[in-house]
Ligand binder design. Structure first.
Ligand SMILES: *[C@@H]1O[C@H](CO)[C@@H](O)[C@H](O)[C@H]1NC(C)=O
Ligand SMILES: *[C@@H]1O[C@H](CO)[C@@H](O)[C@H](O)[C@H]1NC(C)=O
Ligand SMILES: *[C@@H]1O[C@H](CO)[C@@H](O)[C@H](O)[C@H]1NC(C)=O
Ligand SMILES: *[C@@H]1O[C@H](CO)[C@@H](O)[C@H](O)[C@H]1NC(C)=O
Length: 383
């Protein structure tokens, strides 16, 4: 009996404690690329939970691509700084500098920083305005991960988007910080696509592009206690470019502050494109705007660099969108802009306690192909 209890206790303490794999044992003199991959292989094959440790100090790393399925949970704890090569071409054609795929129960933790050293890449990053451009590597690609967490880590100066979340279920970013200069091109914070139950919590995101953006198939996403700025704000879209797009549904953005961003909270869809997906149950609540150029915006004529025709209205249907308790300052008099599609007007849009000031005076709202329900204090619409 006593022996049985002891055995039980031993079993418990063994499963509760994860096996620690310090990458030092694989040699980390100049560069940790090989060590990282070897540590991953060992961790992924472990039948009990394991933790890869990357200690303090500065480490250089080239592109890595690791995947599961793994036999048990895998955590990577980074306490140092990991630098990508400055030369963007050194990463060859890696879509992401760090790609992690097909894992259940993956955790990335620690007080460390992933520094993409993107400055040389930003000048010729692909944008419609560039002819001789290269699609540079993103800092992170998290693909097809379930029940996973990124916490405490910082992602800095990515060469392209910082994070792409694709095909994940139950993925949380907590106290995750992103920083890149306001002038850095295409350095979006977190882009989510085809994923369910994603949370971005308690984070600061400063970039040269979108703070968090939701592509097609983003479902049950919560963005809470997040500070954005500089950058382009929180966006749903852009959507409508392609026919096979999945709906975006159930988004809650709550208690976020947008500081000096181009947009605050935005939904954008392309005109004159075939995509006819839907965007529904989108809720923006308790948002503070500090000197934001377009604080509240639905733009179904999204057409950057005037590279498309606005003649054919967007086919993307937008319904059930609420803007509640939005306050602060706008950089334009037209602080609320709701331009919906003529062929599929927005439905169920609500403005509730939207109180923004431009130069000390209340803002105005422009509403096209939408009749928002107004409750509490909110600007009345003109077209
Ligand atoms: C993640 O969950 C999906 C849906 O339940 C499942 O099909 C997939 O195999 C899971 N992936 C892993 C790596 O466990
Ligand atoms: C989501 O993932 C977290 C982290 O692994 C886990 O603790 C939690 O139980 C998961 N939630 C569900 C509903 O599976
Ligand atoms: C998404 O949220 C909806 C509404 O709250 C809920 O019915 C659904 O079960 C959720 N789906 C997942 C996969 O969490
Ligand atoms: C709102 O978010 C801020 C962080 O930006 C946090 O300090 C504060 O506690 C949050 N408030 C609530 C009610 O969660």
């Amino acid at each position: 009996m006593v022996a049985n209890v002891l055995l039980l206790l031993l079993t418990f303490s063994c499963t509760a404690q994860s096996k620690v794999i310090d990458i030092k044992k694989f040699g980390i003199n100049k560069d940790i690329t090989q060590a990282f991959t070897k540590a991953w292989e060992e961790a992924c094959a472990s039948t009990s939970a394991s933790k890869i440790l990357i200690s303090s100090g500065t480490h250089k790393m080239n592109a890595v691509k690791v995947k599961g399925p793994c036999k048990a949970a895998v955590e990577i704890q980074v306490d140092g700084t990991i630098q990508a090569p400055k030369d963007p071409y050194a990463l060859k054609d890696a879509y992401e500098w760090i790609k992690i795929e097909y894992v259940n129960y993956f955790t990335l933790s620690g007080k460390g920083t992933f520094d993409g050293q993107g400055a040389l890449a930003w000048n010729n990053n692909c944008r419609a305005t560039h002819q001789n451009c290269k699609r540079h590597s993103l800092n992170f690609g998290f693909n097809f991960l379930n029940n996973s967490i990124v916490r405490d880590i910082t992602s800095k100066d990515s060469k392209n988007f910082h994070v792409h979340v694709l095909g994940c279920n139950n993925f949380t970013f907590d106290n995750f910080h992103i920083s890149a200069p306001k002038t850095s091109i295409n350095t979006d914070g977190i882009h989510i696509g085809r994923s369910t139950d994603v949370k971005v919590l308690n984070s600061n995101i400063a970039t040269g592009d979108d703070c968090v953006s939701l592509g097609d198939g983003s479902r049950n996403v919560t963005i809470k206690n997040v500070n954005c700025g500089p950058g382009h704000g929180i966006s749903v879209g852009s959507l409508g470019k392609f026919t096979e797009e999945e709906p975006v549904e159930n988004l809650l953005v709550k208690n976020c502050t947008m500081t000096g961003t181009d947009n605050g909270v935005r939904i954008k869809t392309w005109p004159s494109t075939p995509g006819a997906t839907t965007v529904s149950d989108i809720h923006f609540e308790d948002i503070t705007m500090v000197n934001v150029l377009h604080p509240v915006i639905i733009d179904q004529e999204y057409c950057p660099w005037n590279r498309c025709s606005k003649k054919i209205p967007s086919k993307v249907k937008i319904r059930k969108v609420t803007f509640k308790n939005i306050r602060g300052t706008s950089e334009r008099k037209e602080g609320v802009t709701l331009i919906c599609s003529k062929s599929v007007p927005c439905e169920g849009v609500e403005l509730s306690d939207v109180s923004l000031a431009y130069n000390g005076a209340p803002i105005v709202a422009k509403c096209v192909n939408v009749k928002p329900k107004i409750t509490g204090k909110a600007p009345t619409c003109s077209s």
